[in-house]
Design a protein around this ligand. Structure first.
Ligand SMILES: [Zn+2]
Length: 399
């Protein structure tokens, strides 16, 4: 199918930057009036569109018309991140048109663009995915999204191949540019799973094979892990890499990073658990392994105090860690990573909680040694040499 070019001469209704083309957002015009076809919509844009909207390609039963070059950044998805990084395709729904033919033509345009830009099925999205707007509303109302996606598959690739956990991990590490506010888009893209839910919160609510846990000791590598974010209705999802590390979208910085739970990206978040399925698709080979299912009996070797405590069957809450820190002589515990590491090392080293220092020698014996000059001169040096508290030194200092 040929895409007729009728480009808008100015870029008044675009962001003006270069679109990196991370995928395509499918819309319907929502305009059922007679004559509201592709030509009419293209003319609206070239004749100085008065609406605060712009889009790349309009498709009806007869033709596809391009109004902006693919690399322009149009206003269509109700979301700046999507607008600046996606192509927009509008399907006409005019009552004097043939909707089914327009539907097939639009899928053909998307198929061509998938080949041209190397997009997978996961890169084909609905307007709904980015703003929650009911668009493309007829496709959604008639439950035809999978049918549409099937029609966009390049020849010989009719089925979508979902990545395995290890493939998802490998792919995640190739991603460095952030998906602002779109943690679910990042994680489902790791698995090459298509769009379905508008937020991590909705995807977690809909998952059928959930495993509730607050410790990475119980999570297999390559699992989607969900977090509650207080005060944020979208919540968060990240990909677990194993060894206490996650590959995660970092919205605040616009990057994708590898981080452990003590990283600021997880600040205030509370782990809900992980799922074997995402957006209605079961991830192949992602099941709770025997070793992940059970506490490891202290054989945990990672760097997380939380995971370590879980692995030895201890409460890993902040209150519990603070209490342990006190027992191990770590002053003013506030959960910093240095304190966590110190506590982990102390507990792992098998050292006992610091007991009240007890001199192993009697006061009289120490006093004799001090007098004999065995601990040098000066009170500070002597006390240090004896390894006792100031109070105890007072008791044995030469009288
Ligand atoms: Zn739309």
């Amino acid at each position: 199918m040929k895409i007729r070019q009728q480009l808008v001469k100015n870029n008044k209704q675009t962001y003006g930057g270069v679109n990196p083309l991370h995928g395509v957002v499918v819309h319907e015009t929502g305009n059922t009036r007679r004559g509201a076809n592709a030509a009419a919509h293209a003319n609206l844009q070239t004749n100085g569109n008065s609406r605060d909207a712009s889009w790349h390609i309009t498709v009806d039963e007869k033709e596809a018309v391009q109004s902006y070059a693919d690399n322009e950044q149009c206003w269509h998805a109700g979301n700046r991140e999507a607008n600046t990084t996606r192509l927009a395709v509008e399907i006409c729904v005019n009552e004097d048109g043939d909707y089914n033919a327009a539907f097939r033509n639009a899928a053909e345009v998307v198929r061509m663009k998938r080949i041209e830009h190397g997009w997978t099925r996961a890169n084909v999205e609905q307007h709904f995915d980015h703003s929650g707007k009911d668009c493309p509303s007829r496709i959604r109302a008639e439950g035809r999204w999978e049918e549409f996606l099937d029609l966009t598959e390049p020849e010989g690739d009719k089925t979508m191949s979902v990545r395995t956990p290890s493939e998802a991990i490998a792919w995640s590490k190739t991603q460095t540019k952030g998906y602002v506010g779109l943690c679910l888009v990042f994680v489902r893209s790791c698995f090459n799973i298509a769009v379905k839910y508008p937020s991590a919160a909705a995807a977690w609510a809909a998952a059928k094979k959930k495993h509730h846990t607050s410790s990475t000791a119980y999570i297999p590598a390559g699992a989607p892990v969900f977090f509650d974010v207080p005060g944020n209705k979208y919540d968060h999802v990240a990909l677990y890499l194993g060894g206490g590390l996650f590959r995660t979208n970092y919205s605040a910085k616009g990057t994708v990073i590898t981080a452990s739970l003590d990283h600021p990206v997880f600040n205030t978040m509370r782990m809900l658990g992980w799922t074997e399925d995402l957006n209605g698709v079961t991830i192949p080979g992602l099941t709770q392994t025997e070793s992940a299912a059970k506490p490891t009996g202290g054989k945990y070797t990672g760097n997380s105090i939380v995971d370590y405590l879980a692995s030895v069957g201890k409460d890993s809450s902040f209150a519990s860690r603070k209490k342990l820190a006190d027992q191990y002589g770590i002053k003013g515990y506030s959960g910093t990573s240095a304190q966590n590491t110190a506590l982990l090392n102390a507990m792992r080293g098998g050292s006992k909680p610091a007991a009240k220092p007890k001199p192993s020698k009697s006061v009289a014996q120490m006093a004799d040694e001090v007098i004999a000059g065995k601990h040098g001169s000066g009170h500070a040096n002597r006390r240090k040499s004896l390894g006792i508290s100031a109070a105890e030194y007072e008791r044995c200092a030469p009288r």
